[in-house]
Structures are given as C-alpha cells and as structure tokens.
Design a protein around this ligand. Structure first.
Ligand SMILES: Nc1ncnc2c1ncn2[C@@H]1O[C@H](COP(=O)(O)OP(=O)(O)OP(=O)(O)O)[C@@H](O)[C@H]1O
Length: 334
C-alpha cells in the first residue's frame, strides 16, 4: 500500500495494443517531491505509461495510483491533482495564450479572479508574458511548450507529468524548460515525472532515473548509482585507418574488458582508466597502418549504462539536438 510519501505508484502495470505489450509489467514508486526521469529510446513505452498514470489510457493489467488515488477507479481525483504536458500539445492556434489559460481555469472550476491570480504567477514562471495576448499560431515551438506547461499548472497540481518536454527544442529553450522544472520542484516541492530520450536531461534533472526498454523497466537508481553499476571507466579511441586492426591491437590488453566499434571510433571499457591509458597508447603505436586522432578517458555516462543493460546504445541524442537546433524557429524571443 502506497504511503503519503508516495506520489506515484505502479505495480505490474501492463498496457497492450493487440499483441504488442507497449508497457510490460512496470513497477515503480516515485516519492513526494522527487523528480523521476523515465528514460528510454523511441517506442520504449514512455508515453504509454505516462498516459496510463494520467488516466488517459486504461492499464491492461496491474495497478497504479497518483497522489494516493487509483488511476482506474478514481480517475477524477487523479486528474484534479495531476498536471499533464504531453508531447503533442493540444493548443488552438486561433486562440491567444491568455484565452487558453482562462479556459483551462474554468475547466478546473476556478473563478475568473482565481484564474487570473494563478496566471499572473505562472507567466513569470514559464516566461511567456509578452506573448500572452498573441494568437498561439504565431508562437515558436519553445513558446508553445512553455504555454502548455503553464496550462498543466493552472490548477496547482501536486504531481506534474512531462512527456519529453524538450524533444525538438533548441538548446536555449531546452535550458529554459530545465530551469522551470527545477524551480517547480525546488520552490513548490512539486513531484515531477518526466520522460526523456536524452541521457543528459535525465542526468541533469532527475533525482532518480528508471530506464525503460521494450516496455520493461531494466534499471533504476540515482544517476550516480546507475553509473556506478558499470564499474568501469571508458576510453575513446578514434583512428584514421582500419578500426579492425586497432581492435586486434587492443583486445589482448588485460585491462580492456570490452570494445565497441562505431565507425572510426572505438569505445573501450577499462577497469582503471588512468592506468590503462599508457598501455593503450603503446599498443596503438605498434600499429603502423593507423593514425590515432583521439585518445581520451571519461567517466561512464547514462548511455554506457543503457548499453550495459540493453546491449544497445540509445539513439544518438546529440545528433537529434543538433538537428533541432538547426531548425530553430526565428520567432523564439531573446
Ligand atoms: N495507440 C496505439 N496503438 C497501437 N500501438 C501503439 C499505440 N500507442 C503506442 N503504440 C506502440 O507502443 C509502443 C510504445 O510506444 P510509446 O509511444 O509509449 O513509446 P515512447 O517510449 O513514448 O516513444 P517515443 O519517444 O517515440 O514517444 C510503440 O511500439 C508504439 O508504436
């Protein structure tokens, strides 16, 4: 039984679409005041679980509660206490931001005065003040996300669900969203359940991270705990020449536990990074057919954790960010 310390609880939640188990027996608990990062690649089941927790989809099996109320049997109670900003914001381009916020206030039964007071607080928080009286059709992607966040907050929810809040945003807008999420959590103690496919986002924001792959929770812990799971350092070697020859030169070294080849780059898991660098450099120098362009040591990232628990790397989020940045909407203010 979930206690009042528990903001979100899922026990064996399953959601099927025909033969596909989009969410396949997920159990997790999010404590009140926590930021929980739900991390996984495209199609892992993040949105589906979020929709189940927000009462927008019924679970096929298992149970879940939000703010102490069962999502299936007490959906109205859950909706009063949960704020939801989904990936596709349902915004009406013909309305102004102010009109949509007023409508949302009425929807939750707030008086016009209470809605106005709340909106005055929110516009500073989500930084859309100047644009409030403009039609939403003129907003940039980042502004739409921030308005959607304000809409999710009108009724002062205890638990905020954010489904990939920064997917497709340029780095400046992404940093703003991160700042807002932190402020909501720090200043208001709001519990945040945030799905993301960006490892750096989970690392940056989340107190605890659950990694989901193919509908299953495959690892869970603080970012530091998860990285410690790996227990090794990472050495990156980039060469001009044949990476297979490079691999053959490095394979026999006793401190090298695993090698992954990605084009011209090799990612080595090594037991003790600082002392491994020098024997690796010596072994590379023996291979006259290659030129070493990069030899670097880093601590494990959540991407390395994902690789170790799933056998695959999560989609390259930095490439995704770069393309999002390239298509940045010029209407983004400041
Ligand atoms: N309404 C639906 N009908 C059929 N299949 C669905 C439906 N919604 C989701 N799925 C499937 O369930 C799986 C999980 O989808 P989901 O959207 O939850 O993943 P996700 O982790 O949120 O991915 P993304 O980052 O792409 O949003 C996918 O294979 C998806 O195609």
């Amino acid at each position: 039984m979930a206690s009042s310390e528990t903001a979100i609880s899922a026990e064996g939640v399953e959601r099927r679409f025909g033969d596909l188990a989009a969410v396949d027996g997920v159990s997790l608990e999010v404590k009140t005041g926590e930021i929980y990062g739900f991390l996984g690649p495209n199609g892992a089941g993040k949105s589906t679980l979020t929709r189940v927790l927000c009462t927008l989809l019924k679970p096929s099996a298992g149970r879940a509660s939000v703010a102490g109320y069962d999502v299936e049997t007490q959906p109205g109670e859950v909706r009063l206490r949960a704020g939801v900003a989904l990936q596709e914001a349902a915004l009406d381009d013909k309305q102004t931001g102010a009109e949509m916020l007023a409508l949302q206030g009425r929807f939750y039964g707030l008086t016009a005065k209470a809605t106005k007071a709340r909106v005055d607080q929110l516009i500073t928080l989500v930084d859309i003040g100047d644009a409030l009286d403009r039609r939403i059709g003129t907003y940039s992607g980042g502004m739409k996300r921030r308005l959607d966040l304000a809409l999710a907050l009108v009724h002062d929810p205890q638990v905020l669900f954010l489904d990939e809040p920064t997917t497709g945003l340029d780095p400046v807008s992404r940093a703003k969203v991160w700042q807002e999420v932190r402020r909501l959590n720090d200043d208001l103690g709001m519990t945040v359940f945030l799905t993301t496919q960006y490892l750096e986002e989970a690392d940056e924001l989340a107190d605890r991270v659950g990694i989901i792959n193919q509908g299953k929770l495959v690892a869970e812990g603080t970012p530091t705990e998860l990285k410690r799971l790996i227990g090794t350092d990472v050495v990156i070697v980039t060469v001009e020449g044949d990476p297979v020859l490079t691999r053959e030169a490095l394979d026999p070294l006793p401190m090298v536990e695993h090698i992954e080849v990605n084009g011209p780059s090799l990612t080595l898991s090594v037991s003790d990074g600082p002392s491994a660098i020098s024997p690796i450099a010596v072994a590379l120098a023996q291979v006259t057919e290659i030129d070493v362009i990069e030899l670097s040591l880093r601590r494990p990232s959540l991407d390395d954790v994902f690789l170790s628990v799933t056998g695959e790397r999560i989609a390259d989020s930095s490439a995704f960010m770069a393309s999002a940045s390239a298509s940045q909407n010029p209407q983004e203010p400041k």
